[in-house]
Design a protein around this ligand. Sequence first.
Ligand SMILES: *Cc1c(COP(=O)(O)O)cnc(C)c1O
Length: 372
Amino acid sequence: MNIPMTDLKAQYAAMKQDIDEAIARVINNGQFILGPEVRAFEEEMAAYTGAKYAVGVASGTDALHLALLGSGVGAGDEVITTPFTFIATAEAISRCGATPVFVDIDPLTYNIDTAKIEAKINKKTRAVLPVHLFGQSADMAALMALASRYHLKIVEDCAQALGAEYQGRKVGTFGGAGCLSFFPSKALGAYGDGGMVITDSAEIARKIDILRRHGAGDGYYYSAHGFNSRLDALQAAVLRVKLKWLDDWTARRRKKAAVYARQLGPLPGIVLPHHDEKSPSSFNYYTIRLVGPGINRSALREYLQSKGISTAVYYPLSLHLQEVYRSLGYQPGDFPESELAQEQVLSLPMYPELGDKQIEVIANALAGYLSQ
Ligand SMILES: *Cc1c(COP(=O)(O)O)cnc(C)c1O
């Protein structure tokens, strides 16, 4: 038996006719860039998230980059973020000519430790970029309080958290802008790259719309240095079909997480993902922490792979220690929680079609290895 990290073929099988029809509709209509499909998808996503505006762009990375630019982040600014995330979070800051300023994580949620942010705020600080890692929301109440006290912009990285909530409201709707990724392995995955910014600000939405179209106001007249960063219509048409399934998928992943918790809870040396009933995770990834003495993560991964079970490590090296950020002068030991997490985390297979039987197989394999 093979258990992958995610199973996009099974997903396609469940909706093949609708997807094929949506793709044929775009090809017959001939509007491949922006156009009615993208507009309709943007309206549906605004309605889904509860944001006033949604602007489709070429990727989640571009969503972050354009949302930061649209929030006024530029050269010489500092943006506070977490070192325990995918590189795109910090890359987007650097691409604005700004500097990422890292703050350690809360070991429970793996998200930015809001109690440690204030010490890093100075005159150059323009924004905070929290990441809702693995699908668990960051502490938005504390972040919004800091933002209003220090007049900072908040841009939320929701690439892994579409469908997640913070105290009854969808993530991405707290800060000035929320950024989504439609990378194939994300909760709402395109057949290629795609991303989106959601916002309640007409001004930010307008700026991003201009930036994604080469800085064009109307026609061939340009008011800003822009980019080519549009969500294409084929992806929008596919995503419109999948959006109808999203709530069902999120509910199913949450049930799988509960099954995992029952199966893995009794095993020694494993810490389960944080669970907060008021702010439920979307469980884009199911990430455990290996804390037992002497557990060798790579040996465990090889053992699981030999039984057909795929796993992943998100992320093996915190961003402050990456070569690309060497010039910022961070040292090992600067962010002990992030550095500990990078050694201990292990993401297990998680997708709506994952069977309870398969979770049992995974749990038994883990139990077998740990009792060796
Ligand atoms: C996937 C991801 C991104 C980037 O999204 P792309 O669509 O791949 O550009 C950014 N941040 C996080 C946390 C991600 O997981």
